[in-house]
Design a protein around this ligand. Structure first.
Ligand code: GLU
Length: 314
């Protein structure tokens, strides 16, 4: 590439954005958390953070949105840092094949959630992070960790979203109470859910999210600084969980179409990892039937194909 030429990756993002921006089929915005119902389905943001330090964006990439379950990747990383493999005595590592907030398997499996990326599993992870702390401190620790990863102290929790889910999170309360009855939550349900609802209410832009997730593409190290966040093996394993469990009962389809580890959230964001190469964040608030961003999934499918990123290609 010579001076003045646009980078091919920027061209890809611009093309994908232009192709999808005019789409009329955009899915439905989540409204079971009332505050999320205000999101504008017309929004579409794309951001790529390369492991070599360069980044590219298109569309609404600097608009903060509610990352919801994408935050589970960061809390899982924190919890593994605290208790290591002992986490796997309380949470499984298998795809659930059921909805993000399903309670069905918990009864058969004695209160042990299938994996840390469904709601029940992430609630156990929140319980682990809460150990020895008050909820406020645990929430502070999570926010500081995400700010550190993204190298951006402006990242914050949206209090209106956290309040909205605290008022209406009946299903998560049921999951948490059920697990507590099996002894798989060690703290009071209200405190654990306080941590969970607040980390789900983290507000990041695509640019910030791609940067925060980049350690997973960079063998566990921060891009640029070289600082190690997790070991290379742990980064690989978190990526494996994202691939198999990151899109709930749509995980197989996401792996088939995109071919990258990814984690979605009902705010319409998705973080995807091209190991060794890039971290990609996309956002479009309309969801498909599995609760994953409809246009976000399509955008990732197109970006991965055009850039030649798939963990399955030789
Ligand atoms: N806070 C949301 C819930 O617990 C997260 C779900 C998601 O983003 O998939 O319902």
């Amino acid at each position: 590439m010579t001076a003045g030429e646009t980078d091919p990756l920027q061209l890809i993002l611009d093309r994908v954005h232009a192709r999808l921006q005019g789409e009329t089929e955009r899915g439905s915005v989540a409204d079971y958390i009332p505050e999320l119902a205000h999101a504008d389905p017309g929004r579409l943001g794309l951001a790529v953070q390369l492991t070599d330090g360069r980044s590219f964006v298109a569309g609404d990439a600097d608009e903060p949105f509610s990352i919801q379950s994408v935050s589970k990747v960061f809390t899982l990383t924190l919890a593994l840092g605290k208790v290591g493999d002992a986490l796997w005595r309380r949470v499984g590592r298998e795809p659930s094949g059921s909805a993000f907030n399903s309670i069905v398997q918990l009864e058969y499996e004695q209160g042990i959630p299938r994996n840390p990326l469904i709601n029940a599993g992430a609630i156990v992870v929140a319980d682990v992070i809460l150990a020895g702390h008050e909820p406020r401190e645990a929430i502070g620790e999570i926010v500081r960790f995400v700010r550190f990863l993204a190298d951006d102290d402006s990242i914050r929790i949206d209090p209106a979203v956290a309040r909205s889910e605290t008022r209406t999170g009946y299903r998560n309360q049921a999951l948490a109470n059920y697990m507590r009855s099996f002894g798989n939550l060690h703290h009071e349900v209200d405190k654990v859910l306080g941590v969970y609802f607040h980390h789900c209410a983290l507000s990041l832009s695509c640019r910030q999210l791609a940067r925060a997730g980049a350690f997973l593409a960079n063998r566990g190290r921060l891009v640029g600084g070289g600082h190690s966040v997790v070991s290379e093996e742990r980064a690989r394993r978190i990526n494996a969980l994202m691939l198999t469990c990151g899109h709930y009962d749509g995980s197989g389809d996401f792996a088939f179409r995109v071919g990258l580890p990814g984690k979605s959230g009902v705010g319409g964001g998705i973080l995807a990892i091209a190991p060794g190469v890039a971290s990609v964040a996309v956002w479009s608030p309309g969801l498909n039937a599995n609760g994953n961003s409809l246009l976000g999934s399509r955008a990732l499918e197109m970006i991965a194909r055009e850039a030649g990123w798939s963990i399955f290609s030789g």
